[in-house]
Design a protein around this ligand. Structure first.
Ligand code: HEM
Length: 466
């Protein structure tokens, strides 16, 4: 590369879009790292629907207009790949699993994994998800725990974020791998949450460093990866042993692990998909449930309506088809995912020149899409900060709503996650009421792989009949 070309690559490309100056960025450097969601919110309020960041080389654009979002994620999806710093960082942990991989491997893996998320299969695993919820609720809230007292009338302060994490991990294990992850749960929980922290740290660093550089982050990542590898290897070995004991040559079953084992993929590829599903499948649901419970604790009338709907529902709550059966509970979940979408930023890079929002943009342009910001557009969501589940009652989901992404890379776990959220709310709220302490302030949203409540979600939990 000539000196002139190199120098040009160091300059930001001007595509006529307003945005913060390098000096603004330098001033905000700390807040960009500490609280990227608020930073994006501030710049979009200041500069509008499309914001350009002063980075060297190809443009980096924040896109807030739903039409531009649809273009990048859906209409022109083939041109906008996951070749971004954020996905490269994730791939350091998950390998090229379904979430981080690019065409052509992606479509094959998606087709392979899809049957594990079909309605019929989800219907069959509802009981497993319910057991995961019941086990964790009973263990944490005292019911069934030897010698333990259930919460008193005054209630007990419980970190519901820790509770939903345990449920989320166990549900993925039981539903997708037909495995009880409880033996390894603590280690897997710690390893996934540590790797999530490291991924975020890597995704935020401006200078890419080689994976072999012995930085603290790289060293910790290597050790976390080893623990995740060991967890995944144990799950695979356990299933192979179990299968060998049954009829020789029989298929491994129709859960995700069975599909992967029967697919002819190598152990490394199976490991990548397992780790992907553990990370993508439990952090997101756990965070979303914690925020949902917070909103219900703050809005007792909405919570009573959930309970009334559950009381009127006959039989166990199923994993699929809840919009018709429990419309209010489902609307609560939809609205909580609007206000607190766990996936706070989605990134893509263009392969070829394109036109976005009427402006030509060159190949290599980085697009950043934040469901968090799109979900707060006052033109689409009047009084956007207000918790109003009725927005979703009896209405088809609309433009400008993308907690699960959009287009071909839409979340494969969407139905599973929505069903799990309704089911966990049912298991918890049928017998318990959640509330907030006096002097309550909301935990600060912390952008990791998912947006978590910083420091947990301490809510007052009491039995309904106490
Ligand atoms: C509330 C819970 C969840 C949220 C908010 C969520 C959000 C998302 C989003 C926004 C994407 C698209 C990312 C992009 O386009 O760059 C995605 C993709 C994905 N999600 Fe989820 N997710 C959730 C639950 C789950 C669950 C339960 C699983 C699996 C058990 C899962 C597995 C995946 C996978 C594998 C992909 C990649 C799909 C592909 O590219 O083909 N997610 N998720």
């Amino acid at each position: 590369m000539s000196v002139a070309t190199r120098l040009q690559a160091m300059q930001p490309t001007d595509v006529g879009v307003p945005g913060p100056t390098p000096r603004d960025m330098a001033r905000d450097f700390r807040s960009v790292r500490a609280d990227p969601v608020s930073f994006l919110d501030r710049v979009s309020r200041r500069f509008g629907d499309t914001v350009s960041f002063p980075v060297p080389g190809a443009p980096a654009l924040l896109l807030n207009d739903p039409a531009d979002v649809r273009h990048v994620l859906q209409a022109a999806a083939r041109n906008w790949t996951k070749d971004t710093v954020q996905y490269a960082a994730l791939a350091r942990v998950t390998g090229p699993g379904l979430l981080a991989s690019a065409e052509p491997a992606w479509i094959e893996h998606r087709r392979m994994a899809a049957p594990a998320f079909h309605h019929q299969r989800l219907e069959a695993v509802g009981e497993e998800v319910r057991s995961a919820a019941r086990t964790a609720i009973e263990a944490r809230l005292g019911l069934g725990r030897a010698g333990a007292q259930p919460p008193t009338a005054g209630g007990e302060v419980v970190d519901v974020a820790a509770l939903t994490h345990t449920i989320g991990l166990d549900a993925v294990g039981r539903a997708l791998f037909s495995t009880d992850l409880s033996d390894q749960a603590q280690d897997l929980l710690r390893a996934t949450s540590q790797s999530a922290d490291l991924v975020v740290r890597l995704g935020r660093s401006i200078l890419p460093r080689a994976a072999w550089t012995p930085t603290r982050t790289n060293l910790r990542l290597r050790s976390t990866r080893r623990r995740l590898d060991a967890g995944a290897a144990a799950i695979i070995a356990e299933r192979r042993t179990r299968n060998a004991r049954s009829a020789a040559g029989a298929a491994h079953g129709d859960d995700l692990l069975g599909l992967l084992l029967d697919s002819g993929l190598g152990d490394d590829e199976i490991r990548d998909e397992l780790v992907t599903m553990v990370i993508a499948g439990h952090e997101t649901v756990a965070a979303a449930l914690a925020w949902t419970l917070m909103l219900l604790a703050e809005h007792p009338a909405a919570q009573d309506r959930v309970r009334a709907e559950l009381d009127a529902h006959e039989g166990p709550v199923p994993l699929v088809g809840n919009r018709e059966r429990l419309p209010w509970t489902r609307a609560v979940v939809d609205e909580a995912l609007r206000l607190y979408p766990p996936a706070w930023a989605i990134s893509r890079r263009s392969l070829a020149d394109d036109v976005v929002g009427g402006r030509p943009v060159p190949a290599g342009t980085l697009a950043i899409i934040s469901p968090w910001l799109v979900h707060r557009r006052p033109d689409l969501w009047p009084d956007p900060e207000a918790f109003r589940p009725e927005r979703f009652l009896g209405q088809p989901l609309r433009t400008g709503y993308l907690p699960f992404g959009q287009g071909p890379r839409l979340c494969i776990g969407r139905e599973f996650a929505l069903g799990e959220m309704v089911l966990v709310l049912a298991e918890l709220l049928r017998e318990h009421r959640v509330g907030v302490r006096t002097g309550w302030t909301r935990p600060v949203p912390e952008a990791k792989v998912a947006v978590h409540p910083r420091g947990g979600m301490p809510l007052v939990v009491r039995r309904v009949d106490a």
